[in-house]
Design a protein around this ligand. Structure first.
Ligand SMILES: [Zn+2]
Length: 352
């Protein structure tokens, strides 16, 4: 297959920008699903959505006796309206492992179930240094923060009259920028990997490559809350999860490398599968790192806890400042695309 990934740089960045611009906090698939459906059509893949909301692309292989899987999660961290205070302040609950320190001051929309979007800002309850002695030090947590609506509201009834209710999703501004081949955005975890897989599908189509077995891409909507991968596509014997690579402390991964995760908080990944990926990375002379992710879970852990008899491994481009103001580089993306293609080409070696 084509290995000159640089030809796909524009495709990757165009795709990732569209994915990032489409809000999909964990569990909210209404807007991302039609976009993914269109990408499946473009890739010439069979498309289905399972009952759990995971979007599955199937690229037909020479044989349909078996299938291999690749996954990336479409869901991101988010906030949801929890309640409305008597004074009209909107209180929220976190979706997934949000770090509220770096959401303080972020512009957002509140999306009602009737489909209206209201502009707003995430703030602490001590938002002004001219007034509150603890403005700088107040702990950023759910109890100490609220959402300020850009509407003339003075009480809970004013907010209710707009149609805002508990359970409404909050969409942050993503602040997406591409600078010198760096991608900066909320949240590259894991929309960077979603766009990697869409680029892989595009390369397969452009090169006319027919894989040995069916290839199934799973894009799930509940990874950030731990159970996205609990149900996987029928018939797969191996799943390569693509998720962000960790960067920092004693880790070897960075924004220019593909990280191969040997173990995360849930335990080790498949030993032989991980070795297979390291061997492919060496053969292709990729810039890669093998790391232990200290505070991390993935769709593979969810898949195994869900009782699936499938081999599992994890790779991903290094993402700096993860779950914050994230950044990665096209070098790391290119290395991840190449390793994903190598897995697709050689996956029959993983059959036990
Ligand atoms: Zn992730």
């Amino acid at each position: 297959m084509i290995q000159n990934i640089v030809n796909y740089k524009n495709y990757f960045f165009d795709t990732v920008k569209k994915i990032l611009a489409t809000p999909s906090p964990t569990g909210y698939y209404e807007q991302i699903e039609p976009l993914m459906r269109a990408y499946a059509k473009e890739a010439g893949a069979k498309y289905e959505v399972n009952n759990k909301g995971s979007m599955i692309f199937t690229i037909s292989g020479k044989s349909h006796d078996r299938a291999i899987g690749l996954s990336a999660h479409c869901d991101t961290l988010g906030l949801m309206v929890r309640s409305i205070s008597a004074n009209g302040d909107i209180r929220f609950t976190c979706l997934g492992g949000v770090c509220l320190n770096n959401l303080d001051g972020e512009y957002c929309f509140i999306h009602t179930r009737e489909g209206k979007d209201y502009r707003a800002t995430v703030l602490t309850l001590s938002p002004s240094v001219h007034v509150f002695p603890d403005a700088r030090d107040r702990l950023r947590n759910e109890e100490n923060m609220y959402i300020r609506l850009d509407e003339k509201v003075h009480c809970a009834d004013d907010v209710l009259a707009l149609g805002i209710r508990a359970g409404d999703y909050v969409f942050f501004d993503t602040r997406t920028e591409v600078v010198n081949d760096f991608l900066k955005s909320r949240f590259i975890d894991d929309k960077g990997s979603v766009a990697v897989l869409l680029t892989v599908a595009k390369i397969m189509k452009d090169s006319g490559y027919v894989p040995e077995y069916d290839v199934k891409f799973m894009f799930d909507m509940f990874e950030e809350v731990g159970h996205g991968g609990a149900v996987v596509p029928e018939g797969i014997f191996a799943l390569l999860a693509l998720d962000m690579g960790c960067v920092g402390l004693d880790l070897q991964g960075n924004e220019y490398k593909v990280s191969i995760c040997a173990k995360d908080s849930g335990g080790p990944y498949d030993y032989g599968f991980t070795t297979f990926l390291i061997d492919r990375a060496k053969e292709l002379k990729l810039d890669y790192a093998v790391d232990i992710f200290p505070k991390y879970g993935s769709d593979v852990g969810a898949m195994w806890r869900g009782g699936n008899n499938v081999r599992g491994a994890l790779i991903g481009s290094g993402v700096q400042a993860s779950h914050g103001l994230e950044r990665t580089h096209f070098d790391g993306i290119a290395n991840t695309i190449k390793l994903s293609l190598a897995y697709i080409e050689r996956a029959s070696e993983l059959i036990i």
